[in-house]
Design a protein around this ligand. Sequence first.
Ligand code: ADP
Ligand code: MG
Length: 161
Amino acid sequence: MNVNWQGVSGSEMQTESIASRLAQVARVGLVVALEGDLGAGKTVFARGFVHGMGVADPYVTSPTFTLLNPYLEGKMPVYHFDFYRLESPEELIQIGAEGYLGTDGVALVEWPSRAGDWIPADHLRVVLTFRDEEPDKRWIEFRATGGHSNMILADFCHLEA
Ligand code: ADP
Ligand code: MG
């Protein structure tokens, strides 16, 4: 059975800190699919994660034209993809995205649905939701989808306990 975790964040900082805790238990090959509407906090989550990986003051933004921002100064490389502007999964071949999955680090992917089946079956789904009435609150759900992500999420849940 797949491991699941749910939480509520009351601030941008709290979302960063949840992401940073996930970074502490991340293992090589982890792919994190960040789902949620514009403004949900996917990039905030990515920033917290990169910070948790040990990059002191990471400049993590939603890239306008780049599809990939690598952060190599931490415990392990973090490849932050943002596919908001991806026209088709074929573009992934052009940027050589294939080479970044499951190799030496962790991949964080915003708008993963645009990448088609490029996302491996075993990944960690992070779903961020919000309501306009509560602008600082985010509902966060983690869902593992395979053996590797289950192990990592189980470790995360132990940290929490
Ligand atoms: P996305 O990448 O999903 O489009 P961003 O991370 O760029 O979204 O932006 C999230 C916005 O929501 C930021 O302006 C952030 O300050 C704001 N925000 C408010 N509350 C939270 C929260 N609890 N967690 C994350 N972001 C929050
Ligand atoms: Mg973003």
